[in-house]
Design a protein around this ligand. Sequence first.
Ligand SMILES: C[S@@+](CC[C@H](N)C(=O)[O-])C[C@H]1O[C@@H](n2cnc3c(N)ncnc32)[C@H](O)[C@@H]1O
Length: 190
Amino acid sequence: MAEPSSERETALLKVAVLRWGHRERDKRLTAHVALTARALGASGFFLADVKDKKVEATVKKMLKNWGGPFHFDMGEPWKQIVKNWKKEGGITVHLTAYGENIQTSDVLNRIKATGKDVLIIVGSRKVPGDFFKEGVSDFNVAVGNQPHSECSSLAVFLDRFFSGKELSTEFEEAEVKIIPQKRGKKMVKQ
Ligand SMILES: C[S@@+](CC[C@H](N)C(=O)[O-])C[C@H]1O[C@@H](n2cnc3c(N)ncnc32)[C@H](O)[C@@H]1O
């Protein structure tokens, strides 16, 4: 098996998130998945199959205040998003409690070793069986084999993929910025 790409190389890769299964009652959670994606190093987010103006507004407001770059897209069918991503040479990683355990297997090394852009697929309710198949997901990855949430699994996966380096990202064109403090809150307008 090829050696895993270096951390410098993973930092250069494009990573995006496909959110499947959004429902009316999922607005806040879908918005949180998008915010998690941005804050932890993904450069794009696809809300598949549906359009939700509230989620779009939340993400746009976040980008205006806190910066980017971050691409937001909604309404495109999930099959088309996956097809386009693969056509462009990227790979797909489906996050599922049933997949290869990120801690006890070498799946993360195999993903990094591809050296390819990564589309991460997260669900909400029970996902279509096709998601587990080769034609859709190149890798099925479990962040532990206990069910939890799309936000937590996405955060852990991204942090491991980027080895924590994404947490020191300086975002571009931000209107405000937090100055870290031992206590209290300090923010500056830029
Ligand atoms: C609330 S879970 C849905 C679980 C659903 N009942 C099922 O059987 O697929 C929503 C999403 O969180 C993600 N998820 C939950 N637990 C996970 C885990 N342990 N590892 C990776 N992803 C997980 C998956 O993307 C899943 O589709």
